[in-house]
Design a protein around this ligand. Structure first.
Ligand code: ZN
Length: 99
């Protein structure tokens, strides 16, 4: 990545530019609380992931994990509900055909 102030190339995840001492980004702690945030609001998690993936890769990863788990969980429930109805309809169909 490059410093926004002086344009010199700096190490990724660098908080303060070693060249001009400009504060490039806020501290990327990768706080686990962001997994929870991503889980609760997966859409916000995905949006923030794309905003932060270069600036705060650790935090962005936490959001992506949360949002991913949440999406997988809801997709699983959705598939289970679909399967449930498919089985019910199949049973009804079998009952109707047996008469
Ligand atoms: Zn700089």
């Amino acid at each position: 990545m490059f410093c926004k102030n002086c344009g010199k190339e700096v190490v990724n995840n660098c908080i303060i530019c070693p060249n001009c001492k400009f504060e490039i980004g806020s501290i990327d702690t990768g706080n686990e609380a962001f997994i929870f945030l991503g889980y609760l609001i997966p859409i916000a998690g995905f949006i923030l992931y794309f905003i932060w993936k270069d600036e705060k890769p650790k935090t962005a990863k936490m959001l992506l994990i949360g949002a991913g788990v949440s999406t997988a969980f809801y997709a699983f429930i959705f598939i289970m509900i679909l399967l449930f109805y498919a089985i019910i309809y199949f049973i009804i169909l079998v009952m109707l055909l047996s008469f």
